[in-house]
Structure formats: C-alpha cells, structure tokens
Design a protein around this ligand. Sequence first.
Ligand code: GUN
Length: 294
Amino acid sequence: MAAKVISGKEVAAEIRKELTVQVAELKEKGIVPGLGVVLVGEDPASVSYVTSKAKGCQEIGMFEETVKLAKDTAEEDVLKVIDRMNHDPKISGILVQLPLPAHISVEKVIGFISPEKDVDGFHPVNLGKLLRGEECPLPCTPHGVKQLLVRSGNDPAGKHVVICGRSNIVGKPLAAILMQKAAGANAVVTVVHTGAKDIKHYTLQADILVAAMGIPHAITADMVKEGTVVVDVGVNRVPDDTKKSGFRLAGDVDYEPIAEKASFITPVPGGVGPMTVTMLLYNTVEAAIRLNQA
Ligand code: GUN
C-alpha cells in the first residue's frame, strides 16, 4: 500500500484562512488579538520558529511583539518582561520560546505567565485542566496533530494510538488530549519511551503511530504494521553539505519504506511543523476572545 500524504501545509492554510476571517470580525468589534513572544539567546532553530510565529501573526492581521534577550540575561529580567506582558492589554497571548538557557528555570518562567495568556498551554493550571478534561488552551504541537488526524478523516475515536516520546511539549500533552472522552479524541493511548524493553512490540499494535522522540529515523519500517496512520513530529537538523544552510530536516520516521506500508503519513518538512504555529495563532485568537469576555 502506498500511503496518502497528509499535508500540514494545506491543513494549516485552511485553518489560517478561517482565522483571518475571525480576526477581521474581532477587529470590527474593537478586539485585536496580540501575541507576545520572548526569545532568550540565539539557538538557530528557536530563531527560525520565532520568525515564523511573527510572520504568521502579521499574515492573519494580528498584533505581534517579539522581545529578544541575550543568552546571559538574568532570570529576573526575563520575569520582568513576562510581568509587563501579563499586564499589557495589547497582548492576549504570551509564548516563551523553549529551550531556555540552563541558568533559567523553565518551571518558574512558565508558572509566571498569566494562565489566561498562556497560549502554549504549558502553565500547571492549564495542564491540570487538560488532564481533567476541562476547557483550556491545548499545547500547540499536540493540538496540530489532533487537527491533522481529524481533518484527514482519521478520527482517533476508538483507535489505538501509540505515542513514541514522553516530552512535556508533545508526548505527555498529546496523550492527555487523545484519551479524553471528547470529539476528535476518545482513543486508547499507549505512551512508549526509553524505559520500554521492546518498543517494536508496542508500535506494531498501533492504528495511529505518532513519532515524537527527537531522534532522526528512529522508527523503521519493521516497527510499523500495514495500514497504520503515521504522524511524524520530528524536526531534526541533520548535517548536509549539499545544502546552503549546511543541514536538512529529517523526521523521526524512516519515510520512504514506511510510506510503502502506512495508509496515511505526514512528511517532514510540511507535515506537523506548519501546524504548530497555526495552532498558536488559534490559541491567541481564543485567548483574546476569552479576555474580552471577562
Ligand atoms: N520549542 C519547541 N516547541 C515549542 C513550543 O511548542 N512552545 C515553546 N514555547 N517552545 C517550543
């Protein structure tokens, strides 16, 4: 079987079109959604993500402010920027780009963002709500995965979803989202991680397999059963002398042989990547609406 490709670019464009209309309608009511982004240091991947977030905001007509801080900025000064954004009525959503330099506590920084403006959905209050099945901003990459599944006709309801990777950004929140008794979820979820004795034992049982380990081509064709829906969250920079940038992007799955067995597959790039920024824009619009209702 040759897999159908799920284009994140196309699904993201569809959602951004919906958001552009929504932002224009909000503006007519005097509400301008705004995103505040904080970047500490110059990690090339982070710089690239932050640039695409700013561009995404501009494209759909949202206000955007990016604060770039040197990598040796004191934790206290990062908190000051967040405090200012927490109180700024032009900012409806705040995102602090991760990873942060080692001298800054991620827990402290995330916990300092007002939960109402936490468009990453990483604040403990929002993660608690997520686990309890209460309304909250869904973390952007897992939310993007859910949208890709539902909009490609692969509703996870009743399916066995095997997630490889237990990060706070993807694996854990995705498991929490898909296990809920809710539309576009209601799946049986298994989370596989480095503690598993035999990863393949689990991946071979997946109706939907999500690779989010951050290891290039860690999922090989022998680990995938015929007809599985494969979602690749990996965006690994692999050295490549033939590229001007000196690297190429590689996913966590060995794409070509797996595309021969899967029923659906997401490419890298152009799969989950464009969805992450799109769901951030979505969360910011939702936050603006909620803040103006309060
Ligand atoms: N770094 C990689 N992914 C993310 C994300 O979704 N949010 C933030 N804040 N940082 C990230």
